[in-house]
Design a protein around this ligand. Structure first.
Ligand code: GLP
Length: 240
């Protein structure tokens, strides 16, 4: 039951109720939740209030709507720790999920200005531009565009790019990946990103840029990625 004397809005209390039911597995992943009408009768509130609660949980990626069918429980988000310089392949393996990539571009080209500077290249030096849709258990999680100097990875092939680039760099080329700087910011998916990630245009996504270095401070990749915000959250432990 909702408590109308609490200083918490009623929609918030309904959100908490739905989240608890999901936590307790009473509403399982992929299951239809009760309709707006049922919830408004159960809690004796207006449908507007119920809609507000459900919309908030849809925006948070806890629920998803299907046109003409109803509202369902979404899969739990992947919680990605913000420590350790890991690869997508390693992250998925650690979770017991299968990883795969759809290669949508693989080209060698002269580096455009900003990328050239970040990779500390000379004017005419070439880079690989690799664009991949990263999939976990066959579902699209992220789009990643990776720029790498050709001179550091001369033998890179499409086949390698469909697997793990980090594995190739470390195990096949014997180079040590040492550290990276990463930036994460909120964006809205454009039409193309939405299509590739199987989400609606303007859905929230996380834009991540990573610049990684080999030992001795040699830059070897600049990566621009778009992660589904409904599937990912980033976690860090902080100490005082
Ligand atoms: C993650 C990082 C990327 C990195 C990639 C390498 O997705 N966000 O910056 O390039 O891992 O992954 P893999 O070794 O699977 O190709």
């Amino acid at each position: 039951m909702l408590n109308k004397d609490l200083p918490l809005p009623l929609y918030y209390q309904i959100e908490e109720y739905l989240k608890r039911k999901i936590e307790e597995r009473e509403f399982g992943v992929g299951e239809l939740i009760p309709s707006e009408r049922e919830l408004s009768e159960r809690f004796q509130v207006s449908r507007m209030t119920v809609r507000q609660a459900v919309t908030n949980l849809v925006n948070a990626g806890v629920l998803y709507r299907e046109k003409g069918k109803g509202t369902f429980v979404a899969e739990r988000k992947i919680e990605q720790p913000l420590k350790g310089l890991t690869s997508f392949t390693e992250d998925m393996r650690q979770r017991g999920m299968s990883s795969s990539s759809k290669l949508i571009a693989f080209e060698a080209m002269v580096a455009p200005g900003e990328i050239r500077e970040k990779l500390k290249l000379k004017d005419e030096e070439e880079i690989y531009c690799v664009r991949r849709i990263r999939m976990a258990d066959r579902k699209p999680m992220a789009i990643e565009t990776t720029f790498m100097p050709v001179k550091l990875l001369p033998g890179l092939t499409e086949k390698i790019a469909k697997g793990s680039i980090y594995h190739y760099v470390e195990q096949e080329l014997g180079m040590a990946i040492s550290h990276a700087r990463q930036m994460i910011e909120a964006r809205a998916a454009d039409e193309e990103q939405a299509h590739l990630l199987d989400i609606l245009p303007q859905s929230p996504v996380l834009h991540i840029e990573r610049s990684s270095l080999l030992s001795k401070g040699i830059p070897f990749e600049v990566v621009r990625s778009t992660y589904r915000a409904d599937r990912y959250s980033f976690i860090s432990d902080i100490e005082r």
